[in-house]
Write a protein that binds this ligand. Structure first.
Ligand code: KG4
Ligand code: ZN
Length: 377
């Protein structure tokens, strides 16, 4: 990414950033202020969820998503500014998700941010959506512990599933990633198979609460194998097979199969994360584990990961639930950190539908998670 030095000493004064997020089915505008001590404060966090527009189709339709972003983004920006009681002169920069994601949607937010930056002579910050998620645990620290670099990150969203060593701003080393479906995608597709509706992840979690995880026996792909990669497509296929073979497809069956799915997912995730913890602690000499991204909103998985971290002697941290799924605050926050570090981007920068956090790893293994993020269906 072309980076030039910010020419005023931004790092010595508070920074207030407007952040826009339009890479999938959430339209979001938020304002985050970094104070002199680099502590973040969310001054406004506006989100419009497009669930109703896509529900009919059982997944995100890219063209509908892009049009919906166009329809509401201006209003959300205006509402964020009013809510934070700020004018454009009070802002220090405009950040927008520039990838990875559905390119039509990404362009809506990116072009809006560029236009505001140009009109008000403000720095523009092109943010990698995954970096927004990766840094989101720093945004609001709920556990009372101070999170600092480096930390081991499990990034689980609708388009990505990765274990990363987060060594600093812009410094990511991928330890493993999915070789097929992302975890959020597996949740969404399994929920769809069972007729749980859209969005599938939260619906499946709700259904699983009253389920018996032992009624169905599901595979644990890659469990016990060396390395930190994931595979979820076989699990989804097993869910389909179980569901199709059921003579009675009722709410009890939905609950039990959902509970079995979550139990299998948790077993796999913990197995892969344990391997990553061994590698990370040997490399970095520290023991902090963070989970972020939409699937990190799953309370069952958070509980299992909390217990697993304890067993391995790792501190466990996660953003509050509302900051796990897509939001503008994480984009504004990443923008503020980059501006504070003396970075911003040229207005000529293009959207990047694929944009891995660890470019070297992605080049070496393009098939495994080369920054893919696509329709959730
Ligand atoms: O990070 P995110 O909002 O968007 C992407 O960047 O993809 O993640 C969305 C994904 C969806 O697949 C959604 O079903 C899943 O996160 N998700 C959940 C839960 N809440 C959202 N999956 C499982 N349990 C949840 N509670
Ligand atoms: Zn996301």
């Amino acid at each position: 990414m072309p980076i030039r030095l910010y020419d005023t000493p931004a790092q010595y004064r508070p920074l207030t950033i407007l952040g826009l997020e339009t890479s999938c089915d959430e339209t979001a505008a938020a304002i985050v202020r970094l104070d002199e001590g680099a502590n973040p404060h969310i001054l406004s966090d506006q989100i419009y969820s497009q669930i109703d527009e896509h529900a009919l189709y059982g997944g995100v339709v890219p063209e509908i998503a892009a049009r919906a972003h166009v329809g509401v983004l201006d209003k959300l920006i205006a509402r964020a500014m009013v809510d934070a009681n700020l004018g454009y002169a009070d802002l220090d920069g405009i950040a927008a998700t520039t990838g990875p994601g559905l390119v039509g949607g990404v362009m809506v937010g990116m072009m809006s941010a560029k236009a505001i930056a140009l009109a008000h002579d403000l720095p523009f910050l092109a943010i990698n959506h995954l970096e927004g998620h990766a840094l989101s645990p720093l945004l609001e620290q709920t556990s009372g512990q101070q999170l600092g670099f480096p930390y081991l990150l499990l990034l689980v969203s609708g388009g990505h599933t990765q274990l990363l060593s987060v060594e600093g701003l812009g410094q990511y080393t991928r330890l493993g990633s999915t070789i097929d479906d992302a975890l959020g995608e597996a949740f969404d597709k399994s929920a769809k198979i069972m007729g749980l509706g859209y969005p599938g992840g939260p619906a499946l979690e709700r259904a699983a609460r009253n389920g018996d995880p032992k009624r169905f026996s599901l595979p644990r792909p890659l469990k016990g194998k060396p390395g930190c990669d994931f595979s979820f497509s076989g699990l989804k296929t097993a869910v389909r097979r179980c569901w199709e073979e059921l003579p009675v497809k009722d709410d009890k069956a939905r609950a039990d199969l959902s509970a079995a799915f979550q139990a299998a997912v948790a077993d796999v995730i913990i197995d892969r994360t344990n391997n990553a913890m061994d590698i990370f602690s040997a490399q970095q000499g520290t023991t902090t584990f963070v989970v972020a991204g939409g699937v990190a909103a799953n309370v069952f998985l958070r509980e299992r990961l909390t217990a697993a971290s304890k067993t391995k002697g790792f501190a466990f941290m996660a953003p509050p639930l509302r900051l796990c799924t897509d939001n503008g605050a994480m984009i504004a926050h990443a923008g503020a950190l980059r501006l504070r570090a003396g970075q911003n981007d040229a207005l000529t920068i293009s959207a990047r539908p694929r944009w891995p956090l660890d470019e070297d790893a992605a080049k070496a293994h393009p098939a495994s998670g080369y920054g893919r993020k696509g329709p959730k269906s």
